[in-house]
Design a protein around this ligand. Structure first.
Ligand code: UDX
Length: 452
């Protein structure tokens, strides 16, 4: 009898290149999972620095890029230097990989900060697409800084940093990502590279059109006239990752503690994976939390406090004041925490992933941004979307921390923000329904890549 072999159609292979920081790894792995579920084979190219664990993602093939970072760079907090070195040093590894796989890889999809990929892909005649992990507003504000600098209007000689930037309402000069540019021009170099598109076939953007309609329209008109944009946020909801993409171990012991707290009572505190604090800032946070009388779940990341191990502030006096009302961990299962009914507020550094994760669960925010896009996000959260309040002021003061927490968690202003945040949650759920904007853009994205 003749046997017929069943031909399984070969999957088109995509090469995904995340930037090796937590806030960039997470969105890229969610996207990879989605694309795999939609029929593509996935190779993830990752650096030695903050390398990923292939065992956590058995559906993907992994490729290690030798970033040749010096020990000093690996342990430094100079993100701009790390990024410049990675973009320079990983070129050869990616070229080698593409040379070996020509004809197999149909598209390279890379984080905007891994801009070297665009030129390498184009050199091999392979399509590429860029993934933007921050907002359209952040893009506009970064380019505005470069423009202001070119016109010699920064640093400000006239006026105040409290003034609004012309044409960038409601951003004030102090909300611009200054710090990224002041010390060195390295970040300016990076910004120019990430927003200069020459050969990319498309932009995949972790945002939603109704969140920033005029900003996206402006970008399409000015910078992306010929290149399609796929706004598909929130990426973390499009496909759950089967296992964690965390570089640090998530401490789930906070969940039983959360189960014991009343609904909407807990303020969750986390400043993401990069922000650094001084010991004094940590103490002001600690005593502000203690004096607020609210239950709190606080992530104190190892290495996040300059010149200290992190939790020395947990003195006898602090412990007596707080008792069981506080839970401190080194790293939390954040998405699960934000979705917990006990969590009623999020004190955040306003990283874009944290912001989207909070809005997706209807949790209002207390904003204390540190660097980069975070100040722009904070301004949008407090003044445009009005789902949070900003802890302003150069110095962090315990009394203001206490008042801010109480305002968010128990006062009328906070209650109204919570209502608006719940409305955001519903609107985000709508985006993810079959006929919602993110689902439609994702479908278009799949069709677009299939057509290559
Ligand atoms: C960085 C930038 O700082 C940020 O502004 C930019 O938008 C993305 O890159 P990061 O500072 O780490 O990211 O902040 P964020 O974007 O919020 O990403 C942090 C990620 O770590 C989130 O997905 C969050 O869920 C996760 N996280 C954080 C945990 O899983 N556990 C924690 O305890 C804290």
């Amino acid at each position: 009898m003749e046997t017929k072999s069943l031909e399984v159609p070969k999957r088109q292979r995509l090469l995904l290149v995340p930037c090796p920081y937590q806030g960039h790894i997470n969105p890229m792995l969610h996207l990879a999972t989605f694309l795999h579920q939609n029929g593509f084979a996935i190779t993830v190219a990752h650096t030695f620095f903050n390398s990923l664990n292939p065992h956590h993602h058995p559906d993907f093939t992994f490729l290690r890029l030798n970033d040749r970072l010096s020990d000093d760079l690996v342990t430094s907090s100079d993100v701009a230097s790390v990024l410049l070195a990675i973009n320079h040093n990983c070129r050869a590894g990616l070229e080698e990989a593409l040379a070996a796989a020509v004809g197999d890889i149909v598209c390279v999809i890379h984080d905007e900060l891994m801009y070297f990929c665009e030129a390498v892909a184009s050199g091999f005649g392979v399509r590429s697409m860029v993934v933007r992990t921050t907002t359209a507003a952040a893009c506009i504000s970064r380019l505005a800084v470069l423009q202001l600098q070119a016109e010699n209007r920064l640093p400000l000689l006239h006026g105040s940093i409290e003034d609004e930037v012309p044409n960038l309402h409601p951003l004030r000069f102090k909300d611009l990502p200054f710090s990224a540019f002041s010390e060195t021009s390295k970040m300016a170099q990076i910004i120019l590279n990430i927003y200069t598109i020459t050969t990319s076939s498309a932009v995949i953007w972790n945002t939603i059109p109704w969140l920033e309609p005029s900003e996206l329209t402006q970008i399409k008109a000015k910078f992306c006239k010929k290149v399609p944009i796929f706004p598909i946020a929130p990426i973390h909801k499009i496909s759950p990752i089967s296992s964690s993409s965390s570089l640090l171990n998530e401490d789930s012991t906070c969940l039983p503690w959360l189960h014991k707290q009343p609904p909407n009572s807990v303020i969750y505190v986390s400043l993401g994976s990069i922000a650094l604090l001084t010991n004094q800032q940590l103490l002001e946070m600690a005593w502000g939390l203690a004096n607020s009388k609210q239950p709190f779940l606080w992530v104190v990341r190892p290495g996040s406090v300059q010149g200290s191990g992190g939790t020395e502030f947990v003195s006898k006096e602090f412990q007596e004041k707080v008792g069981d009302r506080g839970c401190i961990v080194e790293w939390a299962p954040q998405k699960e925490v934000l979705g917990h009914r006990a969590v009623g507020g999020f004190w955040s550094h306003c990283g874009w992933n944290s912001t989207l994760e909070s809005l997706s669960e209807g949790v209002p925010m207390l904003c204390r941004p540190y660097s980069g896009d975070q100040k722009v996000n904070s301004r949008y959260i407090s003044c445009v979307w009005r789902v949070g309040l900003a802890l302003e002021g150069h110095e962090l003061k315990r009394k203001e921390v206490e008042m801010g927490i109480r305002k968010l968690m128990v006062e009328e202003e906070g209650r109204r923000m919570r209502e608006r945040a719940m409305d955001f949650k519903r609107r985000i759920e709508d985006c993810l329904r079959e006929d919602g904007s993110s689902s439609l853009h994702l479908k278009e994205l799949v069709d677009f890549v299939m057509s290559f």
